[in-house]
Design a protein around this ligand. Structure first.
Ligand code: SAM
Length: 367
């Protein structure tokens, strides 16, 4: 039913969440199997016989997923590049075998523990992958099957479910306690909560978004996480800013085509269009340009998107640098490659993050 009803406006992941939450009698194992079947279907779509009945196609997708997990070399890069992503994408980013292989690999579930809570949390949850990244001391992968949203310690605010690439954005922002930050596209607050934790709950974060229902969700999450150093307002990205405050730090985690999430969310490979990419690039440039005017001298501005198209990443960053001579690009070290030479814009590929893909660029306002 989810597979047949999913559309660009009602994506498979949303439909799946809604459907599973209504079916109270399903066991955790049933829900996990259904989710895996739906995602495998869209991940292996171009390998499935077109005229076969749906149950047979789903079975075929699960078999392909199992075989790829056991022996990835069985499928060549050439075949993956031809079938795993839509043809148009080749004109928008550097297509590599590593990237499409990462897209066909079942994604990890990354958690972010509140500061100081990581070892207790791992003991309580169990089923945690001991490997991780040195620069991410609060992050680890959960490999168990429990519904973490219902877990008592989740309700008590001990951790957030947050992809590692999103966590990288907070680490790169590196806000200091007592600074004043603006999270311009805060949505449901994933990064607001991370910034707040990094600031030890001190200072202040303005959390704005065009969508008020998302900000309402942020309030619920903030209450659970014990995050009180924020203020939320609606803002639509226009020149009419929500406040006259000049900020120490601004994060523009802009709306995007989400190509960086194609591994976790394979349905969107077949719904995003080149037109979405070009329309979103216009919106990203506008939000970034308007937000930049609220930066203090010496303040830092960060642009992040969970997408990888050149038009929404490098070209947006280059346009801002050109339009704003008062901003100088800020060198950033790739947190997944400690010791690498800092660069002014980072493309974080899923094959390196073991999570989503992400682009981050930073600037400092000159004196
Ligand atoms: C990538 S999501 C933000 C995710 C969020 N920062 C987090 O970490 O959970 C982008 C957000 O931009 C918001 N948005 C879309 N268009 C906007 C606009 N013109 N001005 C401000 N926010 C906008 C969306 O409502 C969405 O919440």
């Amino acid at each position: 039913m989810v597979i047949e009803k999913a559309t660009p406006r009602i994506p498979a992941d949303l439909l799946l969440r809604q459907t599973l939450s209504r079916r109270k009698r399903l066991t955790r194992g049933d829900s996990a199997w259904i989710s895996r079947a739906v995602f495998s279907y869209f991940r292996w779509l171009n390998w499935l016989p077109e005229n076969a009945p749906l149950p047979q196609r789903i079975e075929g997708a699960l078999e392909l997923a199992n075989r790829f997990a056991l022996n990835p070399a069985e499928v060549s890069d050439t075949e993956l590049l031809r079938r795993a992503v839509p043809e148009w994408i080749g004109a928008h980013l550097s297509l590599t075998g590593e990237w499409v292989r990462a897209l066909q690999t079942e994604p990890s579930l990354w958690l972010r523990a509140r500061k100081g809570a990581v070892s207790d949390l791992k003991n309580v949850l169990g089923n945690c992958d001991p490997s991780g990244f040195d620069r991410f001391p609060q992050s680890f992968r959960y490999t168990g099957e429990e519904d973490l949203f219902r877990h008592q310690i989740f309700q008590a605010g001990a951790f957030e479910i947050q992809d590692i690439a999103s966590q990288a954005v907070g680490l790169l922002c590196a806000p200091k306690a007592d600074e004043i930050w603006w999270d311009t596209c805060a949505g449901e607050g994933g990064k607001t909560l991370h910034l707040s934790d990094l600031m030890d709950g001190k200072g202040l974060i303005w959390a704005t978004d065009r969508s008020e229902w998302r900000l309402d969700r942020l309030k619920l999450r903030a209450g659970r996480a014990g995050c009180f150093n924020y203020r939320s307002r609606a803002w639509d990205g226009s020149a009419n800013l929500p406040t006259n405050t000049q900020f120490d730090g601004i994060l523009v985690d802009a709306p995007c085509s989400g190509i960086g999430t194609w591994g976790r969310n394979p349905h969107s490979r077949w719904t995003v269009t080149p037109q979405d990419v070009s329309e979103l690039a216009v919106i990203q440039k506008q939000i970034l340009h308007n937000a930049a005017s609220a930066l203090k001298v010496g303040g830092r501005l960060f642009y992040a998107v969970c997408t990888l198209s050149r038009a929404e990443t490098w070209e947006v960053a280059a346009a801002l640098t050109e339009q704003h001579p008062e901003l100088e690009p800020l060198p950033l070290e790739n947190p997944f490659k400690p010791g690498s030479v800092p660069v002014t814009a980072l493309t974080l590929w899923p094959q390196d993050t073991l999570g989503n893909g992400m682009f981050v660029a930073g600037w400092r306002r000159k004196a």
